[in-house]
Design a protein around this ligand. Structure first.
Ligand SMILES: N[C@@H](CCC(=O)N[C@@H](CS)C(=O)NCC(=O)O)C(=O)O
Length: 223
């Protein structure tokens, strides 16, 4: 089976980061196809995406040339294709919570996303903190604490060992690193554990090497 993962700019593309981290950290082989963001008609588009995704968005996973689009569908597909990797927690109760946490991340936290776009190579401590983004951050911190307390005791990640949930929250860890909101110690510890994952370090190295400036994702800078 041939897997190609189509991603955007590593510095900015939080949605792309999720499945890339999942596959890489799990040791699942894939070819990376990186496409770059471009400004188009006053918005953002992905150069060359037409050949891969019907939604014209990244990420997309090509399975023998057939597209799976949307980061959650890609992670579910990877878990199904590679059951031996145990990408979801093995315990059913933990798995239900992990699925809920990923779904919550997938469809929520809009205020934090808007105010704190992922930007790995830069630091903007103190920026992006609004009453609404603070509410999102508080909820994420509570969710992380709950997962760690109930299911994560035998490791440093949300469900102990690495799972889809950590891949889903890795971009949030990047945001917290950039904007440095005040976090309790358990959340700082979790951020350190995610940053120490070899796949996360590799992605961050890639992001730091990129030079493109995408104005749409840079509310706190000018080119
Ligand atoms: N829900 C989708 C969102 C994907 C998404 O919004 N991707 C952005 C980049 S991170 C994109 O491709 N934007 C280009 C565009 O909207 O044309 C997912 O989880 O994959």
């Amino acid at each position: 089976m041939k897997l190609q993962l189509v991603i955007g700019n590593k510095n900015y593309s939080s949605w792309s980061m999720r499945p890339w981290i999942l596959l890489r950290q799990a040791g699942i082989a894939f070819d990376e196809v990186q496409l770059k963001f471009q400004e188009k008609d006053g918005g953002l588009s992905v150069a060359g995406i037409d050949a891969f995704s019907p939604t014209r968005k990244v990420p997309a996973l090509m399975v023998d040339g057939e597209a799976v689009w949307d980061s959650l569908a890609i992670c579910e597909t990877a878990a199904e294709l590679f059951p031996d990797k145990q990408l979801w927690p093995a315990d059913p109760a933990a798995r239900r919570v992990a699925r809920s946490a990923c779904a919550e991340m997938h469809s929520g936290f809009q205020a934090m996303r808007r105010a704190m776009p992922m930007n790995i190579r830069t630091r903007y401590p103190g920026k992006g903190l609004t009453p609404d983004s603070k509410k999102d951050i508080d909820r994420i911190v509570a969710l992380w604490g709950d997962c760690r307390d109930r299911f994560g005791r035998d490791g440093s990640l949300l469900f102990g060992r690495f799972s889809v949930a950590d891949a889903f929250f890795a971009p949030v860890v990047m945001r917290f690193r950039c904007y440095a909101p005040k976090l309790p110690q358990h959340a700082l510890d979790y951020c350190s554990a995610v940053e120490a994952l070899p796949a996360v370090r590799e992605w961050m190295d890639g992001a730091r090497g990129e030079k493109e400036f995408v104005a749409e994702d840079e509310p706190y800078a000018s080119p």
